[in-house]
Design a protein around this ligand. Structure first.
Ligand SMILES: CC(C)(COP(=O)(O)OP(=O)(O)OC[C@H]1O[C@@H](n2cnc3c(N)ncnc32)[C@H](O)[C@@H]1OP(=O)(O)O)[C@@H](O)C(=O)NCCC(=O)NCCS
Length: 167
């Protein structure tokens, strides 16, 4: 499985309420069927639902919303502003999630990707995710299918984590 590393400098932190206008701007520039502000707020109020942003030059350049489950992390929404793409920011945010797998003993990350979203499929594939199933007619807004993509923590990561806990 390819390793996930990034040398690009960006600052990753929890999302706060003040980030929402910037997040909405990225969302609108990235998706044909963007989430509304209400949908973001409703989602982030849920227990175990977490928002992360990546800053570059003090701009909010990307965001990710994910949900914590017992054995997995589910990415619900994720985008990098078009002006900041292909600079390693998406990879840095996924790196951050992968580091949480080792720490929290959740062993996989999952997400649904639209069948037409080839860019995202290539991005996740490059980072070690694999498509594991097709979810037929998954979306309410279009008749397209989704691919379920999954990243599994490497066995050596789990072993290191177990040694660390045992120490
Ligand atoms: C998918 C997305 C988050 C990637 O973010 P990013 O910051 O541009 O990605 P990175 O620069 O970290 O890319 C890491 C690697 O992934 C691959 N990759 C990224 N975008 C790619 C693309 N459009 N086509 C092919 N490969 C791509 C490349 O191998 C890249 O490394 P390289 O630039 O050195 O070749 C961004 O394209 C985006 O916001 N897309 C629109 C929203 C979206 O589709 N979100 C995902 C919903 S499931």
């Amino acid at each position: 499985m390819p390793s996930i590393n990034s040398n690009q400098a960006c600052h990753i932190r929890w999302m706060i309420r003040r980030d929402l206008p910037f997040v909405l701007n990225i969302e609108n520039a990235s998706f044909e069927f963007p989430w509304t502000e209400d949908e973001f707020i409703r989602c982030l109020r849920q227990r175990d639902c977490i928002g992360m942003v990546a800053e570059r030059n003090e701009d909010v350049a990307g965001f990710m919303i994910y949900e914590l489950h017992k054995n997995r992390i589910h990415i619900l929404s994720f985008a990098v502003h078009p002006d900041y793409r292909r600079q390693g920011i998406g990879r840095s945010m996924v790196d951050k999630l992968v580091s949480k797998l080792a720490y929290q003993r959740r062993n996989r990350i999952v997400l649904e990707v639209r069948e037409t979203n080839l860019d995202a499929q290539l991005f996740f594939r490059q980072l070690g995710f694999r498509a594991t199933s097709v979810l037929r007619s998954f979306y309410e807004d279009t008749p397209e299918d989704a691919f379920l993509m999954q990243y599994r923590a490497a066995a050596e990561t789990a072993t290191n984590e177990e040694s660390r806990r045992a120490a």
